[in-house]
Design a protein around this ligand. Sequence first.
Ligand code: HEM
Length: 534
Amino acid sequence: MTADNRTDKDRQLDEARVGFQDTALTTDQGIRVDDTDNSLKVGERGPTLMEDFHFREKITHFDHERIPERVVHARGAGAHGYFEVHDDSLAAFTAARFLTTPGLRTPVFTRFSTVAGSRGSADTVRDVRGFAVKFYTPEGNFDLVGNNMPVFFIQDGIKFPDFVHAVKPEPHNEIPQASSAHDTLWDFVQLQPETTHMMMWLMSDRALPRSYRMMQGFGVHTFRLVNAEGRGTFVKFHWRPKLGIHSLVWDETQKIAGKDPDFNRRDLWEAIESGDFPEWELGVQLVPEEDEHAFDFDLLDATKIIPEEQVPVRPVGRLVLDRNPDNFFAETEQIAFHLGNVVPGIDFTNDPLLQARLFSYLDTQLIRLGGPNFPQIPINRPVAEVRNHHRDGYHQMTIPQGQASYHPNSLGGGCPAVGGEGAYTHYQERVDGNKIRKRSESFGDHYSQATLFWNSMAGWEKEHIVAAFRFELGKVVHLHIREGVVRNLNQVDHDLAVMVAEGVGVEPPAGAAVPNHGHGSPALSQDHDPVQTV
Ligand code: HEM
């Protein structure tokens, strides 16, 4: 940061900015254009000539304007801003400088999104919202790629293509565009009880945020912080909006989707334009490694929260969004978030959903953004220096110097140092086991936390949830799917199952299900404030 409040990222982006004021129109080759309204023809009414290079270039570029939209989270809106840590109290847990250096303002770009709809779909649909933050730290880019709900639909990423195929418009008729009211989604849900907890969130008002500025965010997975001595601590990341958490009601969302499909996008844009900068508090839940097995669920299971009564959320710093993008495509569309972008002090866990994501994001971006040089696109470039021996590929934007592009070398290509102070070292977790395709039994309880969620709702919230189940499930054509969902809900709460059954025309379950809630709940080794363990 400098006195003019501009970040290193702002200055780096300056190099890429182009304006049009007081300049002459040119071709891509810099040749000034004499007329851009009439093509070159033989006579006034004759055929257009191939030699009209301006015409050809203009049309060709237009023909190639579209890139693939994101396979999920295609619809989104983003903004620039900064992150500022409150103090150095996390230094005992992480070596990450942006989380431990008071006064350091880390530039960020944040993108909010819906999941299922295409780029042009409406904002106010019932859906999960993405909450992705790219921190341009002095040690490289860190991406926190989260959602506005703290859990996920599935436990193992190998199910992600199945899940997304079920959520997206059906393959034979491409209906519905962006809605959970269709057979394939609910068929997947009834056959995969691990979706139950997340479906409770999805049927709640959390799926209808009034504004991105009034939405929580969650990293969802358990990650790992690693301190300077190499000691690990499990961590869950939380974003809490300064404006509080507010939702629309279903009837409003329906009307707004018709009147202003850009409702959430416009709200974010206008707030920032008017200087009303949205703000979130970053918080962490910390769990010492010795307490990995102290819960009645598995920390590696992304369908579970760590209840805040058990592990309170510690405030860490604030995120402020204070500048709209200059260009939607160049910035919001071309930004590439990736869970695998971590900096020293932050590492992964063996959550099988997290592990799958580590593969998926880079892979999809290679096609979405046209090859391996997309990290050179201005919005994706780190402010940290990039020096390596990657070479060639489509759209190489730098001019590497020297003869050698391998390591080590003794020629003029330079040989950047490897290792040493500031280098990323992976956490040395001891892992031992047979190669096996099997879900851990510790992932077996699909209902307890769904029940916890239901029981934590006020009466009016419960009414909204029941109404949502009735509306969405009531559109399902196949009765056996409705019945299957009601059977699962009976494991959550009998009254809920009866109310939904009555609303969707299937036989209500005769009695409460025998609880199928898995294992016991061993006591925590201590009171769970990891501060006391250092
Ligand atoms: C995109 C969150 C699970 C694959 C996104 C985005 C978010 C997100 C926020 C939008 C990023 C942006 O704004 O550009 C999550 C969360 C998950 C989850 C919180 C679970 C906890 C998964 C899994 C996979 C996956 C399991 C695959 C195995 C993708 C892909 C994209 C995406 C391919 C598009 C990325 C792009 O084209 O840039 N996800 N996701 N996600 N996600 Fe996930």
